[in-house]
Design a protein around this ligand. Structure first.
Ligand code: PMP
Length: 322
């Protein structure tokens, strides 16, 4: 399977819909979670969301939701940046996620998408700030690529990543994804898998849906949080794991030419996990396979997700299987 195909599989809900979806405070049967055609808030310019993963523990007894509270904090931050008012607290949404996973009885890795949007009939493009928000939590089985040998071809996009002068890049807002989608399509049209986006200062920012890091002479460098990146939770996790491995880490401005000179490059994201880049703008990265730092990090990430590393208990929410 090519990388692109693999990731599309991961991103799609698949054929079997779950039994339950969480909506506005209660579990609702999937088929009843409808909206009126004029209730466009769920897909409007003013909607924010999160992408969270629950991994099946190595012992097969529990689902482990990874950094749930950090994701919910980012959802709250996104809502504030987009002038939306969430009708539920982070604690309520935490309970909603646990309740939904239990109700759907997943016995495999699952992906969760909490989603906040202006509810009701909307006829105004500029959704008012006081519009009553609704929150749903959707979920679906998600096949992890942690144990898969893979790599992707990346290319610098002609589209710049949205910046502070246009839209807040720190918000995980649906409208920001038009930007990443155009970059992704350009990459695919030119025979690559994924784009790397530069920011308004023409420094490296991130991929369309994942952060990025490079390795040169044993030092990891990743664009700082002021580079127009979404503050990635996988990025933060990867940096913490690298530090425990004694790998020097720099968060700073990264030049485009550093990508061409890197010994290793990898993407980091909840959906993509740790994804090695094998070519950049058509140039092979080192020997064109995942490098040693990327491999060690990917293994450590996999152990953490499966509950085999107990150094970060604050990052794991356990959901026992019945
Ligand atoms: N950037 C963008 C635009 C994203 O959509 C994502 C995925 N949420 C990321 C970066 C990576 O963030 P995280 O590691 O928190 O999934």
């Amino acid at each position: 399977m090519t990388t692109a195909a693999a990731l599309e599989t991961l991103a799609s809900p698949g054929t079997a819909n779950p039994e339950w979806i969480w909506r506005s405070g209660a579990l609702v049967p999937w088929d009843e979670a409808a909206v009126h055609v004029n209730a466009v808030g769920h897909a409007s310019v003013a909607a924010v969301f999160e992408g969270i993963k629950a991994y099946l523990a190595a012992d097969g007894q529990r689902l482990l939701v990874f950094r749930l509270d950090d994701h919910l904090r980012r959802l709250t931050d996104s809502a504030r940046l987009c002038r939306l008012t969430l009708p539920h607290t982070a604690q309520e949404l935490h309970r909603a996620v646990v309740e939904l996973l239990t109700a759907n009885d997943y016995r495999q890795d699952a992906y969760l998408r909490p989603w906040a949007f202006p509810g009701g009939i909307i006829r105004e493009q500029m959704v008012p700030a006081d519009a009553l928000c609704e929150v749903i939590v959707d979920s679906w089985p998600f096949r992890s690529a942690l144990d898969t040998e893979r790599g992707c071809r990346a290319a610098v996009s002609s589209w710049l990543r949205v910046g502070e002068s246009s839209m807040p890049p720190r918000a995980k807002a649906f409208s920001n994804y038009h930007n990443g989608r155009l970059a992704m399509m350009e990459a695919r049209e030119n025979g690559h898998d994924w784009p790397v986006m530069l920011n308004e200062r023409h420094k490296v920012s991130e991929g369309a849906g994942a952060c990025l890091a490079l390795v040169r002479d044993g030092v990891v460098a990743t664009p700082s949080l002021s580079s127009g990146v979404l503050p990635g939770i996988t990025r933060d996790t990867a940096l913490a794991l690298l530090r425990t491995q004694g790998v020097p880490v720099e968060e700073r401005e990264v030049d485009r030419s550093e990508l061409c000179l890197a010994d290793e490059i990898f993407f980091m994201g909840t959906a993509w996990e740790i994804l090695p880049v094998t070519t950049i703008d058509g140039l092979r990265v080192a020997d064109g396979t995942a490098g040693a730092v990327t491999r060690r990090l990917s293994e450590a990430y996999g152990r953490l997700m499966r509950g085999e590393d107990d150094r970060f208990p604050q990052w794991i929410t356990e959901v026992p299987l019945s």
